[in-house]
Write a protein that binds this ligand. Structure first.
Ligand code: TYM
Length: 332
């Protein structure tokens, strides 16, 4: 089976609909055909300030949401990044073959550091994509299922893999970004030209997987659309409506065209009401299962310990080769 790896930052107490549709949905599919590794990117999370107790709690909560959304911890390797020391270690080596200018071109860093103010952004935030490249290369992953916002980081990973391979000899698998075009980007309900994001400024624009059904419904009913009032797909001029149509189509497994056909001629209210029901149908059981799993944190920790051992074995083997190739004297 081909290898696959992906992860999310446990930087909020709930994942959102963008994480679910852009990533978890394809993870669930691909775990059938791949030797899959899914992890909680806690090293990445601390590139912006985190409250320690909340980070610990959110790591378990995010893990519970992976499982509740259909990731099977006995078929896939589901682990915490900081449990496997090789992540931080490989990142150091990759830092040394990454150009300063190359790292400076990463748009996620530019966006996030602009939000924080250039001077208070950490160096960790700057080297974030290099740590991410290490995550992927350690496991010799062939496919990396992510949303569109991660494409540039996967491109950097490919560049670094090729560079290392040509400088030190074939060591890394060069990974492919696995991005589903239709669902690669889910937009904020209040600001439908910006992606739905954990750090959004409009809380009403984000549908959290752990929202209560009533809250979900309210957010969808209040989603920003347009004054024209006609149900048709026009991503440029009617981005809010296009987002709602996309959500409906993806979550019901239908084409956007068939959704437009069903709701054409009706008002936006009808579409929104139907969409709210669809979202609650999908998210409701995930929420219930997550809360159930969180009742037994010791069991979650046990699963993580078993999986960490397996991840560590694979990662350490790659790191040993890397240390050898770059010329480190290995302990006798
Ligand atoms: P994070 O936690 O920001 O996002 C997790 C996943 O959700 C996707 N995503 C979206 N997809 C569609 N529409 C949206 N509005 C939306 N918002 C988020 C992201 O593309 C991502 O797939 N850097 C990664 C974490 C990471 C990683 C890795 C991923 C660290 N190391 C190695 C893959 C491989 C991130 O920002 O996750």
């Amino acid at each position: 089976k081909p290898r696959l790896l992906s992860g999310m930052q446990p930087s909020a107490d709930s994942l959102h609909l963008g994480n679910y549709i852009g990533a978890l949905l394809s993870w669930k599919e691909l775990q059938q055909t791949h030797d899959a590794f899914f992890f909680l990117a806690d090293l990445h999370a601390i590139t912006v300030p985190q409250e320690p107790e909340r980070l610990r709690e959110n790591t378990r909560r995010t893990m519970a949401q992976y499982i509740a959304a259909g990731i099977d911890p006995s078929a896939s390797t589901l682990f915490v990044q900081s449990h496997v020391p090789a992540h931080a270690e490989l990142a150091w080596v990759l830092n040394t073959i990454t150009g300063f200018g190359e790292a400076s071109r990463m748009t996620q860093f530019k966006d996030k550091s602009a939000k924080q103010g250039q001077d208070s952004a950490s160096v960790g935030l700057f080297t974030y994509p290099i740590l991410q490249a290490g995550d992927i290369l350690l496991y010799q992953a062939a496919d990396v299922p992510v949303g569109e916002d991660q494409r540039q980081h996967i491109e950097l990973t490919r560049d670094l893999a090729n560079r290392f391979n040509s400088r030190f000899g074939d060591t890394f698998t060069v990974p492919n970004a696995y991005i589903l075009t239709d669902t690669a980007k889910i937009y904020d309900l209040q600001n439908p030209t910006a992606k739905m994001s954990k750090s959004s400024e409009s809380p009403a624009g984000i549908v959290w997987l752990l929202d209560e059904p009533k809250v979900t419904e309210k957010k969808i009913m209040r989603a920003v659309t347009d004054a024209d009032g006609e149900v048709r797909l026009d991503r440029e001029n009617k981005p809010g409506l296009a987002n709602l149509l996309t959500l409906f189509a993806v979550l019901t497994g239908r084409t956007v065209d068939s959704v437009v056909e069903e709701f054409a001629g009706g008002g936006y209210g009808t579409l929104k009401k139907a969409l709210a029901a669809v979202v609650i149908d999908v998210v409701g059981p995930i929420r219930a299962r997550t809360l159930e799993l969180l009742d037994d944190p010791a069991e979650l920790d046990r699963i993580l310990a078993i999986n960490a051992a397996r991840a560590d074995e694979v990662a350490q083997a790659t790191l040993d080769t890397v240390y050898d190739r770059v010329g480190f004297l290995r302990p006798a």
